[in-house]
Ligand binder design. Structure first.
Ligand SMILES: C[S@@+](CC[C@H](N)C(=O)[O-])C[C@H]1O[C@@H](n2cnc3c(N)ncnc32)[C@H](O)[C@@H]1O
Length: 404
């Protein structure tokens, strides 16, 4: 029987950078425990906390103030002394820290080999993507100066030459982080996959030639756009060199050419009108609102006429009930994401209009998670025949859109 043809990475003898990570039996057991702990906290403990709010904290607030809490901030005041909130918070902080810690030993063992493979990917370039790093680049303090959502050293940490460690920790740690959640299990890139399908079904004539993902980390949620829009060139920018090196090696091996570069989304070096579609995923809540405004103005400059924005984010306060707004803001206080609540108190479509987009084109929508909802149901959702599932734990996503 003839051998199967080699793919580009095999032909160039590029190894799979992910395969170099070989956790031990005990490390895998620990990671499974952390995934289960996260699920226990975000599903079971969250339900207990909600019940405790209705049963105890809310009536106590009403009897003290002679009225119900008016908004998420008053609900937070009512919940601060609630024991279920304290247990939820303590367990959740620990599960968050452990998501990264539980993969770090394995990454450290594999690091020299991973760096070697990332260098080989840049030298061989089997899939034709590109990687541009800038050794003189200064990352913004809001990423570099805090351990954003407890990632040790934050996204921008580099401790050795050509480092890929934080890229690998973010990649494998996120799998532990999401591993227990039913909609997200084993499906990295589910947001990009969902938004890309939404755009394809909703706007069948829209054929982007170039797509930009802001805050791409390693390109996980950019890569699905290659599948849904195979003729498009896909660009990703981030301030984190280690994540860009790691992601570049991953996608070169998998035959998906991504063009990754180290840039601040507030001011990029792309020409005016270069992109037809600009996206992001879990990005703006980590950015101060003043920078969000700059990024949206830069997005406007970068879009060609008729080009679209489709940013996925946590839903803002104006789109959810006050209890869920209180619940979502948890990360602002306990997860080293100090701009989270400020971002969520904005109205994204208003921010887009302020950045120059015609207000008539600016909108918000919840879309189902494409894979768990199923393609047929997803098409029915786009046709207006089915509602999206309730937001939470990856069942659906909030996006805001605008057209230039
Ligand atoms: C939560 S992560 C995004 C995850 C990623 N979009 C994904 O789907 O895997 C936020 C990312 O934004 C990057 N970032 C933060 N501020 C940035 C900025 N001003 N310009 C570009 N990237 C930025 C961080 O380095 C980090 O990689």
């Amino acid at each position: 029987m003839p051998d199967a043809p080699l793919n580009a990475a095999e032909a160039h003898q590029l190894r799979d950078i992910d395969a170099l990570y070989r956790p031990t039996h005990d490390e895998i057991a620990r990671q499974r425990f952390v995934s289960a702990l996260r699920k226990h906290v975000l599903v079971d403990k969250a339900a207990e906390m909600r019940a405790s709010y209705e049963r105890a904290a809310k009536p106590a607030f009403i009897s003290a103030r002679r009225r119900a809490p008016r908004d998420h901030l008053e609900i937070r005041t009512a919940m601060l002394d609630d024991m279920t909130f304290k247990v939820f918070s303590a367990l959740r902080v620990n599960a968050q820290e452990l998501s990264w810690l539980s993969v770090m030993d394995g990454v450290e063992r594999a690091l020299p080999e991973m760096i070697g493979v990332a260098r080989e990917a840049a030298r061989l370039n089997p899939s034709g993507g590109s990687l541009r790093l800038d050794p003189a680049f200064k990352p913004p303090a809001y990423v570099a100066d805090i351990d954003v959502h407890h990632i040790p050293g934050s996204f921008t940490a580099e401790v050795t030459k050509d480092d890929v460690a934080i890229g690998a920790v973010a990649h494998f740690g996120t799998k532990v982080f999401a591993g227990g959640l039913p909609h997200r299990k084993d499906n990295p890139g589910d947001v990009g996959q969902s938004v890309a399908h939404y755009l394809k079904y909703k706007y069948p004539d829209f054929k982007p030639r170039r797509i930009l993902d802001c805050g791409t980390t390693g390109g996980k949620n950019l890569a699905p756009y290659r599948d849904v829009f195979p003729d498009a060139e896909c660009y990703g920018i981030d301030v984190a060199p280690s994540a860009l090196r790691y992601g570049y090696a991953q996608w070169e091996y998998r035959g998906k050419p991504l063009h990754l570069s180290q840039q601040n989304a507030e001011a990029t070096d792309f020409p005016d009108g270069f992109f037809d579609l600009i996206v992001s995923c879990f990005f703006f809540h980590e950015v101060p609102v003043a920078s969000t405004k700059k990024i949206l103005r830069e997005n406007y400059r970068l879009l060609a006429k008729g080009g679209r924005l489709a940013h996925m984010e946590l839903p803002p306060n104006c789109e959810v009930d006050p209890y869920y707004a209180f619940f979502l803001d948890w990360d602002n206080y306990y997860n080293y994401e100090p701009d989270y609540a400020d971002y969520r108190s904005q109205v994204p479509k208003t921010l887009c209009a302020e950045a120059g987009f015609d207000p008539k084109t600016c909108s918000h929508i919840f879309i189902p998670n494409w894979r768990s909802f199923g393609d047929e149901n997803f098409r029915r959702f786009v046709a207006g025949e089915l509602p999206p599932p309730e937001h939470g734990n990856g069942a659906s996503w909030f996006i805001f859109e605008a057209v230039k």
